[in-house]
Each structure stands twice: as C-alpha cells, then as structure tokens.
Design a binder for this molecule. Structure first.
Ligand SMILES: Cc1cc2nc3c(=O)[nH]c(=O)nc-3n(C[C@H](O)[C@H](O)[C@H](O)COP(=O)(O)OP(=O)(O)OC[C@H]3O[C@@H](n4cnc5c(N)ncnc54)[C@H](O)[C@@H]3O)c2cc1C
Length: 422
C-alpha cells in the first residue's frame, strides 16, 4: 500500500509545534504538522500575555496583526497592599493567540512544512521489521483513518500529550486548573493586574489583562488544587467577580469567551533528572533508527512562577526542530539526545528555581504576602524590580529579594512550613 513518508512529523500545531516544524523544514527535513482541530489557534486557552522578547522569538514580521495592546507594567495586589511596577524598557504585550498561532503556522509553511488539519494522531508505533515510525491518524474525511511514516516524531500536543504516553516518556508534572472570561472591567490600558491570596486563587494568582479596547479585560485565575479547599477554579472566579474589594468594584457584569484550561507545572527539571540511561530522557526516546521528542506543554516547558509557556515552547521548539532534522538527514538518531541537554541548558535552571518559588507560594499566608509586599514597596527594592524584573527569567529578581534580611527570614520559615505540609 502507498504510504506518505516524512522525515519529521510534528503532532500539534500550537506555538511549540509550529516552531519545531518551521526549524525542521528550514534545516531541509520533509516535515508535516498534524493538528486535530479544524483551525489553527482555535479554541484559545490563554491569557495572551507575552514579553517583547517572546514577540521577537516568534519571528513574525507583522506583529501588529496579533497584538491587542502594549503592557508597561503590573499592579500587584496582596490582601492589604498594592505594588505598582513599571518597566521602561522590558515591555510586554497582550496578544490574540488565535491570530498569533496562525501566523506561526504560516511561517512554518513558508519554510516548506505541510499541515494536516482536522487530523487526530491515535498512535505512534515502531512496527516489527520496519525502520520507520508509523503514525495512525483519524480524519473527519475519506475513510476516517490513515497512516503516515516518519523517522522522527515531535510530540507538541499540549498538556495532556498522548504522544508522551505512547512513547512512555513520563515527564513529571503537577497541574494548575485555570478559568478565564473576557468582560467589561475598569482598567488602565497599560497595566496588567495581579491578585494573590488564599481565598482568591489558592496556590497561584488571579489576573486582569487589558485588551486595549475600551475597558475590556481578560479576567481569570489558576489554582493549585493540592493547596486549594476546592478543585474547581470557577468557584473562585465567581466569588472574586462578586466579592473581591478591587475586582468586584471594577467588573461591570458582562462576560464572553469563557475558557477553562490546564497548565503543567514541571517537576524535576534542571535537577539533574536529565537523560536516564541510554537514549531515554524525560523528553527524548531513541529506538535505533527512529526517535520521539516532546516539546512545549507536552514537555512541561513552562515557567512555574507565571504559568507562561508560549516563549519557552517556541524556544525549545526551535531546538527540537533543528535537532530532529539533523538526526534524520545524517541518519544518526543518537543526535536527538542533545535536544534534552540543549533545552535544559537554556531554561532548566530557571524552571527549577521557579518551581521552588511556586512551592513556597502555595504555603505562604495572606499575612506573609502583606509583609512581602510592604517590604518590596520600599524604594530601593522597587527600583531593583523595575530595573531587573523580567517575566521570562524571573529568578534574577527573586534571588535579589532573598538578600533582604526580613524576606530571607520569612522565606526560611515558609520553607519549613512547606516541608512540614508535604
Ligand atoms: C488559562 C490559561 C492562560 C494562559 N496564559 C498564558 C499567558 O498569558 N502567556 C503564556 O505564555 N502562556 C499562557 N498559558 C500557557 C500557554 O497557553 C501554553 O503554554 C501554550 O499554549 C503551549 O503551547 P504548545 O504548543 O506546547 O501547546 P498548545 O498550544 O496546547 O498546542 C497543542 C496542540 O496540539 C493539538 N493536539 C493535541 N492532541 C493532538 C493529537 N492527538 N493529534 C493532533 N493534534 C493534537 C491541540 O489541538 C493543540 O492545537 C496559559 C494557559 C492557560 C490554560
């Protein structure tokens, strides 16, 4: 039977998958993206806040097409304090993810990658006696199922990655449960709002992100259900909209684009849990002449402090695509093992540090949050945040906080509390 063959098949057409496909094709590998949804970028499950650096990383020339507005800083609220942080040069943007993802897909196509939409990957298998991987795809058209062969498969299929399960790549992760609406909300167009507190968003934070249009914002939150009295984030969102002293006052009662989603919080990244044994890491599996890799949410390449995964997904996507192409074109699949080393080198330490901060955040009391905010509001510390604050690499600022004797003492107490809770 005639069967289509590619060097690289990428499962999932999100930011990580499109970037991986773009770089595999750019390096000369025949590349196919298989996406289960009928349209790239839809449905959207994202607050759409990304840094200027991430916009640059996307390499999309017409950024006007997907940017809602520029964000100059954030107003962060604890129970009794509010901290306003403005960064003159480290700007961020609220974006439309549906358009952003479509643009990324177009860029991949320009480099020669093909895209199959409405096609769900059901299995990835190495059949007895065959040299390539067989990918079985369910499609809405024709007779409903087809098979494709490839030397390398990149699983960019998001937080619930089926490719990871099929390949036995157990990326250790916890999950945040999230919910978000778009609604009428009185907001300064240039500032995102963040809210922390045990009853507001246990284990994480709530947000309101301006969209540039007259008083419309994305209002949402995530919770870490291990530290929440209730696993449903919608309960907290409804309460915030109705009762939170700031959110309820600013929210005008209309809502649209309700979305729920999950964010993976990586466990064990950057801690030396890299390649375990020959040819098998957390995100790479090599079987002689074939290989499977994971990228983006599927590999839990997410910032544990903010939950942002778009920038890291694109960054790691480039490495995955390049490496897969190199392995396929040289016929040396062992090359794939360099993928895990390379991405861990880029972001492993940042993720590992972020994970520690996330763990502490889960046990910090509202009173301690107030102490932290009060201390940070002192001019010297605030200046440091303004100068060094970086949403893609937040560890720089957090490390500096710990030099403050009061915060060091508070954090030490909370480390003990976390260990005790655990
Ligand atoms: C509420 C919420 C708010 C967020 N806000 C932000 C934010 O402000 N900034 C930020 O940087 N990040 C944010 N994130 C995280 C961000 O959305 C993800 O990190 C990012 O989308 C990951 O990109 P990805 O390409 O790895 O996966 P995805 O974007 O999830 O793409 C995976 C793709 O794979 C497809 N797929 C899945 N299974 C299959 C299959 N079997 N066959 C074929 N296709 C398949 C899916 O349809 C999907 O298109 C947020 C997440 C949530 C839930």
């Amino acid at each position: 039977m005639f069967m289509l063959e590619y060097d690289v098949v990428v499962v999932g057409g999100g930011p990580a998958g499109c970037m991986a496909a773009k770089y595999a094709a750019k390096e000369g590998a025949s590349t196919l993206i298989v996406e289960e949804d009928a349209e790239i970028g839809v449905p959207v499950q994202c607050a759409g806040l990304i840094s200027k650096r991430a916009v640059e990383e996307s390499e999309i020339s017409d950024s006007k097409s997907f940017i809602n507005c520029e964000i100059k800083g954030a107003v962060v609220h604890s129970h009794s304090y509010e901290l306003r942080v403005e960064s003159p040069d480290k700007r961020a943007f609220a974006i439309r993810r549906d358009i952003f993802d479509k643009e990324l897909a177009k860029e991949a196509q320009k480099e020669g990658a093909e895209i199959n939409l409405g096609s769900k990957v059901k299995s990835v298998k190495k059949r007895e006696g065959e040299t390539k991987l067989t990918i079985t795809i369910a499609t809405a058209t024709a007779n409903g199922e087809k098979e494709i062969r490839a030397s390398a498969v990149i699983g960019a299929d998001g937080v619930k990655s089926a490719v990871a399960k099929m390949a036995g790549l157990n990326v250790a992760k916890n999950y945040l449960n999230c919910v978000q609406i778009e609604g009428e909300y009185e907001i300064d167009d240039a500032f995102a709002e963040i809210f922390v507190g045990k009853n507001i968003a246990p284990g994480f934070f709530a947000w309101a992100i301006p969209l540039g249009a007259e008083n419309i914002a994305r209002i949402g939150l995530c919770i870490d259900k291990r530290f929440s009295p209730h696993p449903n984030p919608l309960l907290f969102l409804k309460r915030n909209l109705a009762e939170h002293p700031v959110i309820a006052k600013k929210y005008k009662g209309t809502s649209s684009n309700i979305t729920a989603g999950t964010i993976p919080i990586p466990v064990g990244v950057g801690t030396g849990a890299g390649l375990r044994g020959q040819g098998r890491g957390q995100t790479v599996r090599i079987d002689k002449e074939t290989g499977i890799m994971l990228v983006g949410d599927a590999a839990a390449q997410v910032k544990p402090i903010t939950g942002g995964g778009v920038y890291y997904g694109m960054k790691c996507g480039k490495i995955a695509g390049e490496t897969a192409a190199k392995a396929c074109l040289t016929g040396d699949m062992k090359v794939l093992s360099s993928y895990e080393r390379r991405w861990q080198k880029e972001i492993g330490k940042e993720i590992a540090f972020g994970l520690k901060v996330h763990r502490l955040r889960c046990v910090i009391s509202d009173k301690d949050f107030d102490t932290i905010f009060h201390t940070l509001s002192q001019e010297k510390v605030l200046q440091h945040i303004k100068r060094e604050g970086d949403m893609d690499y937040p560890s720089v600022v957090f490390r500096e906080f710990l030099k403050h004797p009061r915060l060091f003492k508070l954090m030490t107490r909370n480390i003990l509390k976390y260990l005790y809770t655990k």
